[in-house]
Ligand binder design. Sequence first.
Ligand code: ZN
Length: 411
Amino acid sequence: MTENWLFHNALLENSSTPVDIAIRLGKVADIGPGLDLADCQVVDAGGMLASPLFIDPHHHLDCAFLSEPPNLSGTLEEAIQINARLKESRSDQDVFEKACRALQLAVQNGTGWMRSHTDIDSISKLKLLHPVSEAKQKFNGLLDVQLVAFPQLGLIADPHSIDLMRRAMREGADVVGGMPHAEASMDDAARHIEIAFQIAEEFNADIDMHVDETDNPASRTLELLAEVTIRQGYQGHLTVGHCCALSAYPDDYARRVIEKVAQAKISVITNPLVNLYLQGRQDAQPVRRGITRVKELLEAGVNVTCGSDDISNLFFPYGRMDMLEVAMATSVVSHLTRPQEIQAAFNMPRWHAAKCLNLQDYGIIIGAPANIVFLAANNAREALQLQPVKRLVVRNGNLVSSREERISYNS
Ligand SMILES: [Zn+2]
């Protein structure tokens, strides 16, 4: 049964005076100084910052903790090749347990929502989708997951994926994915985009694609995608992840692409830790960072957010399912260092991601569901700098995690 809570002495953002937050029947009932409500469990928040729960808009639960045999080159290509060999023989139980382990860490780190891509192709068919869907059901109401059907091996290069994508949308996927730059030519990439839009329209779904995840400046599918989005009237329903090649384009071409992305109202997700790791592997010094043009996108009015992408797998050996870590990396690598830019980095796995996932009532709002994480920090900069333990995590009015010490990531 949901309990009623009164969190005394909590700091709201952009305020220096702590307040009380009352929670009744799973919702924020009142916010103000000196609240005194009967029938509430009283907790002293000790002046901690109260933030809405975090959102991880880009992750791959289907390959969490899948790290053997190791990716020796450290490239995206080798990771995809090894993953393709492994996924055929994985048991449902293995996929389910590893996805749950990642989700549990995310809950403890104050994440309340996630969008996760699941491979759909002629090798794995729907084999990964079903156990990941079970993990999604298990965490429903604790950490809500949107599943993206992700044709990682292409729709033209791997044509069986087209029917499988439709089946995936019928059997648990929420969002249509894609990876047009993986096709053999720009013509095939255009066809890939066209098919993905057809499927999205059939299922009245949003689209979230992996785009130009390469250092190669000739990879120009983002511009194509923005043009199709405008032509099809799909503005506001498209998200693109990575967009590394945007940083390798000549400045004048990059500016034109960014203008089109803004016109198409496309949300952009940078995955800074994973792309710092995977990109630039063929470069002599200076090695490129492989991170999209976050600052220029923000300045053009594009909704930019950040994702964890991976945890302990072939694509990235680290990761803690901690969106404060990802936001801090985004701030550093994108040079978001002025006060309002640091605030933007802190807002990325919160309001910016809420827009991308179409979440309603996001924030600490009277009358809205109570989804709050308490952090021992006074402001955005301290939250990113100190990477505080998420002391109290409240989801739909339930206290779902409470701890003092850093948690173990080894078991
Ligand atoms: Zn990804």
